[in-house]
Design a protein around this ligand. Structure first.
Ligand code: ASP
Length: 409
């Protein structure tokens, strides 16, 4: 009997951790960091290779199958409402915990180096929102700018469904065909996930070990507890109440995607697996998943939003700066915006914190303090990001009257 993919990935993950530690212990880290990690790089490149055509074709074919402008409008509204509500709930959970535990008060932290691109990143939020409208969609495709690609694909798909025959059928078939091919390619690449995950994790463990976590322990604990609360209490409650969906069944259905999110720290790179799991394991229709998930991977980042809020307030606490109620409110709003603007790639959230720091007048250099533990928190928040996207897809599918979900209560 063949081992299920999520078990294979789990074994890859566990072996990666063991191998990484062994390399630290026996002193062959350079071999892992330089050579074994190549397998991880190949896997990530293969995933990135399919993202742009997968997103474009899935959105176009998804939108053409939605049908009337009314159902398109309804679906968009539901999706955005879900994204904003869950991100806000996540931020409030983080805000609450960081104010109760106050991990930054009295913490003695050495500064690490300042991350590259810090100042450039901070300048970009206004532009990011404006840049959703591409001036040249082909250039966006070539650069892999996901938000403009989504924007153009939504419009393109919508106007295919409004065009007259025979063009409507021809183009719908054409893009459905491309989408089918992309899904086939996705399945092929997904088969290599266990090896990719093994190599990525082995490299991270070989590089960092556990030593760096000491002084930032309580900060990490706050982020992790808040993420856990959101993932295991808030979202499951929404699943049950809004979708009559069994959280454990749904979690199991999503396990391959969640472990990949954890290992790659990239929602975009995980998107092919997320789509595969949501459709094939949870039973959500392609119509819903191909609309909700690419959008979610880019703008719905509950984990990132929560993390942004906790990190900004932690930095204020370390500097001994008291934040007024209004400033905390500003943190909540900017954390939401920053999570929407953050790309689904590793460390995107870290750079985005500068937006919040700037908005409430905190020193940008504060980001340097939390750099050391960013990777592990990135892996966790990315898993929460993907988990929330998948819950959204299932809830919206139920609300649209889909009866074939395999994860019902
Ligand atoms: N790595 C996260 C993601 O891809 C974004 C972040 O850095 O928070 O979802």
């Amino acid at each position: 009997m063949k081992l299920k993919l999520h078990w294979q990935i789990f074994i890859g993950l566990a072996l990666g951790v063991c191998f990484g530690f062994l390399s630290r212990w026996l002193g062959f880290q350079p071999l892992v960091v330089e050579k074994v990690s190549i397998l991880g790089t190949i896997f990530l490149r293969a995933l990135r290779m399919i993202i742009v055509p997968l997103i474009a074709s899935s959105i176009i074919s998804g939108v053409t199958s939605i049908g009337s402008p009314e159902s398109f409008g309804r679906l968009s509204l539901k999706t955005l409402l879900y994204y904003i509500t869950t991100s806000l709930l996540a931020i409030l959970t983080g805000l609450f915990l960081v104010n109760i535990v106050r991990p930054g008060v009295g913490a003695q932290l050495g500064f690490q180096e300042i991350p590259e691109g810090l100042h450039a990143g901070a300048a970009k939020i206004g532009d990011t929102l404006l840049n959703i409208i591409p001036t040249n969609p082909i250039a966006s495709l070539a650069r892999g700018d996901i938000l403009p690609i989504i924007f153009f694909s939504l419009l393109f798909g919508f106007f295919i469904s409004r065009s007259r025959e025979p063009y409507r059928t021809q183009l719908t078939d054409f893009f459905n065909g491309i989408f089918q091919v992309m899904m086939g390619l996705t399945h092929f690449i997904i088969r290599f996930t266990p090896i990719g995950v093994f190599a990525l994790i082995a490299k991270i463990v070989a590089q960092t070990g556990f030593g760096v976590f000491g002084p930032l322990g309580s900060y990490m604990l706050v982020v992790m507890s808040a993420l856990a609360f959101h993932a295991f209490v808030t979202l499951p409650t929404l699943l049950v109440v809004l979708g009559r969906i069994h959280p454990v069944k749904h979690f199991r259905a999503m396990s391959a995607a969640l472990m990949t999110a954890f290992s790659t720290a990239s929602s975009s790179a995980t998107l092919p697996l997320t789509m595969d799991s949501v459709e094939n394991n949870a039973g959500v229709s392609n119509k819903i998943s191909s609309f909700v998930l690419p959008l979610g991977a880019t703008i719905n980042m509950d984990g990132t939003a929560l993390y942004e809020c906790v990190a900004a307030i932690f930095i204020a606490q370390v500097y001994g700066i008291h934040l007024s109620f209004f400033q905390q409110f500003l943190v909540v709003i900017t954390a939401l915006l920053a999570s929407i603007g953050a790309a689904g790639i590793p460390m995107a959230g870290l750079v985005m914190i500068t937006i919040i720091l700037r908005a409430v007048g905190l020193p940008l250099e504060g980001v340097g303090m939390i750099l050391a533990v960013d990777r592990i928190l990135d892996m966790m928040r990315t898993s929460v990001n993907v988990w929330s996207d998948s819950c959204g897809a299932a809830i919206i599918a139920t609300s649209e009257g889909e009866k074939d979900l395999k994860v019902k209560l």
